[in-house]
Design a protein around this ligand. Structure first.
Ligand SMILES: Cc1cc2nc3c(=O)[nH]c(=O)nc-3n(C[C@H](O)[C@H](O)[C@H](O)COP(=O)(O)OP(=O)(O)OC[C@H]3O[C@@H](n4cnc5c(N)ncnc54)[C@H](O)[C@@H]3O)c2cc1C
Length: 506
């Protein structure tokens, strides 16, 4: 049976682009289609959380994102008498540490983030097919037959898997008849990217914060000369989103007639809801990103969660396409759906706080503590002094044996698994697709400042297996290491590789 491609990705937003980049660097064949003729031009998801920055580092474009955007400015909250006070977006100022190199969220309008992602994808030799819409599909035990429409003509694409990264109104989710339970939150809001005069760019200006119906927030968008205007509006009725209409709205809500909107580059009116798909997978078809969860924008979680969905799915699809057991793909929904469920709770709670003008983004919003402790992919009994299976693998600055400064994230970077051995007694035989790195006196890496021990609480002779997406899969002792690894990897690796490993180990 012939296939046009291994993976068809429908929707080239943040989730689709992340999946495409990950598959591209793994050499997996895919097609990325996008119904719009042009890239999305709005600022919407402007907050990149630290965990997403770590993923962008792995995918080799974090510094480009950082350079294109900037830090979040302080909040400037205005009282009705015009007096104002400055405060931070986060509960306290946060700084990078050895374990968490990206401490604070970074600001970059979504159109600019997606532009950086398309650039990275182009470096890997791939491009979204704009103006191409998924209109139907059928699946059988071997693959998916999809119909796409481009320039009013239809084309059939035969793929082994289909992933719907097609946003909150997901065609794929509807076609699979996946339920999307949840609730409308009774809040309608505008978001608009504007050029304006009368406000400085040193702060995120927030007016009428104590008044849920009439508050308005105006944020300078880092890396651009635009401001993002956000405001709740009445549940019904037309909203004038022209420059004159927005100038009048700002004047009415701030009492200031010196703020003038000169032009509007993008705008939208949307009703907030919190919904979570019942399933993320039906057979050979998956949904990821907003297709699987929608929620209020408070807390800056949506784009980030969408990127992380795709990052979780990418390596699993690649492994199964290379022959790994298909059950590996079940762990995608099992791992990601609980994360989205908690994220819905967080963003809804923050919406409540935002209505009262008391919202602060705390550590939970930065997504660094997310993990998969209950996952079936965790090797049983894997407990270290500081971390356990399912936890995010922390970064740690260290030195190479040649004396050069390096970090664990530099060791993890790339599509491989990593096996870290601390002061090991022996070295296991090579495992295809896994980088084995030893740490300690006379080993490859030197923990000269003790950051690795501090972050992992690892003992001499212990081994930490890190998944391609930067989570700990298992912690093993030297005794019986080969047998434990073989047993674990048989569930994850293609049989050819797992079999070779067993032969090497014998
Ligand atoms: C005001 C506002 C502020 C926000 N702020 C933040 C924030 O600070 N941080 C954050 O993380 N998130 C934020 N978000 C949320 C964020 O914008 C979304 O979560 C994110 O865009 C989801 O990405 P996605 O790739 O899943 O979906 P989308 O970005 O919606 O992309 C889906 C793509 O699929 C395409 N498509 C749809 N149907 C088809 C089809 N049949 N065939 C082909 N293509 C199709 C669409 O055209 C679209 O390009 C905010 C949202 C709003 C509204």
């Amino acid at each position: 049976m012939s296939f046009d491609t291994d993976v068809l990705i429908s929707g080239a937003g943040a989730a689709g682009l992340t999946l495409a980049i990950d598959l591209a660097r793994r050499g997996v064949s895919f097609q990325l289609i996008e119904q719009n003729m042009q890239p999305f031009s709005g600022s919407r998801g402007k907050g990149i959380q630290p965990r997403t920055m770590e993923i962008f580092e792995d995918l080799c474009f974090v510094d480009r994102v950082a350079a294109a955007g900037g830090r979040y400015p302080p909040l400037c909250q205005y009282r009705p008498d015009g007096a104002h006070k400055l405060s931070l977006l986060t509960e306290a100022e946060v700084f990078p540490t050895a374990e968490e190199p990206y401490a604070a969220p970074r600001m970059l309008p979504q159109f600019a983030t997606e532009a950086v992602m398309r650039e990275r994808l182009a470096e890997l030799g791939h491009y979204p097919r704009f103006g191409t819409r998924l209109t139907g599909f059928e699946q059988d035990p071997h693959g998916v037959t999809a119909t796409v429409e481009q320039d009013a003509s239809q084309q059939v694409i035969r793929a082994r898997f289909l992933v719907g990264t097609d946003g909150g109104r997901s065609f794929v989710r509807h076609a699979l008849a996946i339920d999307f339970p949840g609730e409308a939150l009774g809040v309608r809001a505008i978001v608009a990217d504007v050029r304006l005069e009368g406000l400085d760019r040193s702060a995120w200006h927030r007016f009428q914060l104590g008044s849920p119906a009439t508050q308005i927030m105006i944020c300078p968008l880092a890396g651009t000369d635009l401001f993002q205007v956000q405001a709740p509006v009445a549940l019904d009725g037309e909203i004038d989103l022209s420059a004159a209409g927005l100038t009048a709205l700002i004047g009415d809500r701030t009492g200031r007639r010196d703020i003038t909107v000169c032009s509007v580059s993008w705008s939208s009116v949307y009703a907030m809801s919190a919904r979570l798909a019942d399933r993320y997978r039906v057979g050979r078809v998956f949904i990821a990103g907003d297709a699987a969860h929608v929620h209020p924008p408070t807390g800056g979680q949506g784009l980030n969660t969408s990127v992380q969905d795709a990052y979780n799915l990418g390596w699993k699809l690649a492994a199964v396409l290379a022959g790994a057991p298909e059950a590996l793909l079940d762990s995608y929904e099992a791992e990601r759906r609980p994360i989205a469920s908690n994220m819905l709770r967080l963003s809804t709670r923050l919406l409540g706080e935002a209505k009262q003008g008391t919202m602060r983004r705390d550590r939970e919003a930065r997504q660094l503590d997310l993990g998969y402790r209950g996952s079936s992919l965790n090797a049983p009994g894997s407990m270290g002094g500081k971390v356990q299976a399912g936890d995010r693998a922390p970064d740690a600055p260290c030195r190479g044996q040649a004396g050069q400064p390096t970090r664990l994230f530099a060791v993890f970077q790339g599509p491989h698994w990593t096996l870290l051995g601390y002061q090991p007694h022996n070295r296991p035989s090579p495992i295809a697709g896994t980088r084995i790195v030893t740490i300690g006196e006379g080993q490859e890496l030197v923990d000269d400042k003790g950051h690795i021990v501090a972050a992992y609480g690892i003992d001499p002779g212990q081994w930490v297996l890190v998944r391609p997406d930067g989570y700990i899969a298992g912690i093993f002792l030297s005794e019986g290491l080969e047998a434990q690894l073989s047993c674990y990897l048989a569930r994850i690796l293609p049989p050819s590789l797992a079999g070779n490993r067993r032969m090497n180990a014998e």
